[in-house]
Design a protein. Structure first.
Length: 136
């Protein structure tokens, strides 16, 4: 007679089976923190703990939603700064055409603009570092 076995579920793994178990206890506060991270990142507690323990030391779990919110805020602020610079330049050109532009104002504007460029370069370097970290 033919043996008909019921085939339910996925096939059994030959390699990569997780057969070992580690029991870990957490305080209520620690468990709440792990649960919050689980919900924010959308991964299971097991996978979160496995990633944190077994991953490379450089590997960092990044909350993409939170990162996007912060990057959006930075982008909006950079846009406002650029708008302010354009308004100042337009006003300075108007004063220059009237002959009422004080050379000290030009000097102060140039100094502040150089400072802004330095901060923008630091920001760009930080963003490149974030992108490289996310790529790993």
């Amino acid at each position: 007679m033919v043996d008909f076995k019921k085939l339910n579920g996925r096939p059994k793994l030959e390699e990569g089976r997780r057969t070992n178990f580690i029991n870990v206890r957490f305080t209520d506060d620690e468990y709440k923190e792990i649960t919050e991270i689980e919900q924010q990142l959308g991964i299971s507690k097991t996978e979160l703990i496995r990633m944190r323990i077994l991953s490379d030391a450089k590997q960092t779990v990044i909350n993409a939603k939170e990162l996007i919110i912060y990057l959006d805020a930075v982008g909006a602020e950079m846009g406002r700064i650029g708008n302010n610079i354009n308004q100042l330049a337009k006003h300075a050109n108007t004063l220059k055409l009237k002959g009422a532009l004080n050379p000290m104002i030009i000097e102060q504007f140039n100094r502040l603009f150089e400072e802004y460029i330095q901060v923008q370069q630091i920001l760009e370097a930080a963003l490149r570092k974030i992108i490289r970290t996310m790529g790993n």
